[in-house]
Design a protein. Structure first.
Length: 157
């Protein structure tokens, strides 16, 4: 009896929930990167306050990226990776190397608003699919981005 071994190739259908999760992953990774950049390069009289705030934000985003990627695996899909791939999908602009602190904050507001909108899309997509676990993840991200936006916008007033 002759046996042949075939390499197993698994194919995964990109469900609407997986697609929405992937978008939130890309957004969160890009936002983490620009927030870390702002943390490194912020200057001025509010340096200590912003440096500390940005650190808390990029640390939260780092954990969120892992949670989102793992949720993609839980629903039997695969998260994409690579800086160029994630940045292209996110469509979030990079920051200049140096800028006034208020410009860093304003750019982060734009990126958080985009990420928040995509988290809302994920929440609604997961609700339609009756995927309560993914919906819960999205609701947590919506809450965090909403609070972070409030704080960043308050700084600019």
């Amino acid at each position: 009896m002759k046996t042949t071994t075939q390499a197993s190739t698994r194919t995964h259908t990109a469900t609407p929930v997986a697609t929405a999760l992937q978008q939130l992953l890309a957004d969160s990774y890009a936002l983490m990167g620009i927030t870390h950049h702002a943390h490194w390069n912020v200057e001025g009289p509010d340096f200590f306050q912003l440096h500390t705030a940005f650190q808390g934000q990029y640390e939260n985003l780092f954990e969120a990226v892992d949670d989102i990627a793992e949720q993609i695996r839980i629903i039997d899909s695969f998260p994409v990776g690579g800086l160029a791939t994630l940045a292209k999908q996110a469509g979030i602009d990079e920051l200049p190397v140096t800028a006034p602190a208020k410009d860093f904050v304003a750019a982060l507001i734009v990126a958080h608003e985009k990420t928040l909108a995509d988290a809302i899309t994920l929440r609604d997509t997961a609700e339609a699919a009756r995927d309560l676990e993914t919906q819960d993840l999205a609701i947590g991200r919506i809450s965090w981005h909403g609070k972070t936006l409030w704080m960043l916008k308050s700084y600019l007033k």
